[in-house]
Write a protein that binds this ligand. Structure first.
Ligand code: NAD
Ligand code: ZN
Length: 360
């Protein structure tokens, strides 16, 4: 029942179910590399105390097992933490046959994944996502850390050997983090699978009370959307750009409002709202952004662009974005639900709409 994800180097399974953390060792054994020389669990200070011992307990004493606990939050995607991770791994004598288990959200996944990509020119790692947002990073093979000059600037494509998604762990997430991840699910719905939007509308009335089977199915469907797009476009040349829906303005807002003020998904939710309105102006699409607004507010999102952001600086940021290859900002717009396309948009059109939005 695992989802199979094809990457350039290999195919790997994504297991999604409640309680999988107790079966970690068995799942690893099933990967056909029965003897890992050592296991290094990388986690953070919030997730570690909740789940690391349970993951560790699934292993018999067949091989040495170590736990490395990073500080929680984006700060752990740093050069310093990377260096500490390398030192930790070397001190544990990890070798080319060892495995890193990334137990945590996107931060742990990215940092531990990058460590695995570069330790002795690359060793296996397994992702155990514990946030809803991390369903997004479980496909695509991107790993990396930040530089003071920008996010995710240092990294590698290094797909995991497997993804073990224990959905039971999601219930300890704070609401803000639920919302952050749910925005990416909603994004996948808008760009490819409108059916997902219906499921969320009908069954995600109260975030922390979503039944686990609904959670499993939704995550599975959402991962499938990303997998389809990524598999069609392995190196970000064409349609992978659709995954940037809501992200052009979203990234600008995150940066201008200050990282940590809003979660990634909260900023993307605002960006999707903006991209929908822009789709109306540029393509004449008749998307019901009123309904989008209502639905998002019901789920607890605030779609107002933070007052600390200026329209001009937001635009300047979008033009700096590494994805804006040419002069004009390239936006992912929607012809209709499920039909995205990429269009360069005039600065004035963007500015006018930003100003309109920010004076309401
Ligand atoms: P995160 O890893 O910082 O987790 C958010 C917070 O929730 C942290 O404080 C964490 O300790 C806590 N937490 C995690 N799981 C928990 C649980 N089960 N119970 C209680 N608390 C828990 O952030 P995130 O939102 O998961 O990921 C954000 C990062 O992911 C960013 O750095 C982003 O760049 C990266 N990302 C990468 C990709 C990719 O393709 N590689 C895709 C999207 C995002
Ligand atoms: Zn995103």
């Amino acid at each position: 029942r695992a989802l199979e994800i094809r990457s350039e180097s290999h195919t790997y399974p994504i297991y999604i179910a409640a309680g999988l953390r107790h079966q970690t060792a068995d799942i690893l054994k099933g990967l056909g590399k029965s003897t890992f020389s050592a296991v290094l669990i990388v986690t953070d200070e919030t997730v570690g105390p909740l789940y690391a011992e349970e993951v560790a307990a699934s292993f018999a004493d067949e091989q040495p097992l170590y736990i490395c606990t990073l500080a929680a939050g984006e700060q752990s995607k740093s050069m310093e933490t990377y260096y500490e991770l390398m030192t930790f791994a070397l001190n544990c004598h990890l070798d080319r046959n060892s495995v890193i288990v990334a137990l945590g959200g996107g931060v742990v996944g990215d940092a531990a994944g990058f460590a695995a990509a570069t330790y002795m020119r690359g060793i296996d790692y397994v992702q155990m996502p514990t946030t809803l947002l991390a369903h997004d990073s479980s496909v695509g093979g991107k790993t990396g850390i930040n530089h003071p000059l920008g996010k995710n600037l240092i990294g590698a494509f290094h797909p995991p050997a497997a993804v073990i998604y224990d959905t039971e762990t999601l219930y300890t997430l704070p609401e803000k983090e639920w919302r952050s991840g749910l925005a990416e699910v909603i994004k996948h719905g808008w760009i490819q699978d409108p059916e997902l939007l219906k499921v969320i509308k009908d069954q995600w009335l109260d975030l922390s009370a979503v039944p686990v089977d609904v959670l499993n199915d939704t995550i599975r469907q959402s991962i499938q959307v990303k997998a389809e797009i990524v598999q069609l476009d392995e190196r970000e040349a064409g349609i992978r750009a659709f995954l940037n829906f809501g992200h052009t303005l979203g990234h600008a807002i995150e940066a201008e409002a200050g990282y940590g003020t809003l979660t990634h998904g909260e900023a993307v939710a605002i960006g999707m709202d903006f991209a929908m309105k822009l789709s109306g102006k540029v393509l004449g699409s008749s998307l019901d952004s009123e309904a989008y607004n209502e639905e998002m507010i019901r789920l607890g999102y605030d779609l107002t662009i933070p007052a600390s952001c200026e329209p001009e600086t937001l635009l300047a940021h979008m033009k700096r974005d590494k994805k804006a290859a040419e002069q004009k900002v390239r936006f992912v717009l929607l012809q209709e639900a499920g039909v995205p396309l990429v269009r360069p948009v005039e600065d004035d059109t963007i500015l006018d709409l930003l100003k309109e939005e920010m004076t309401i």
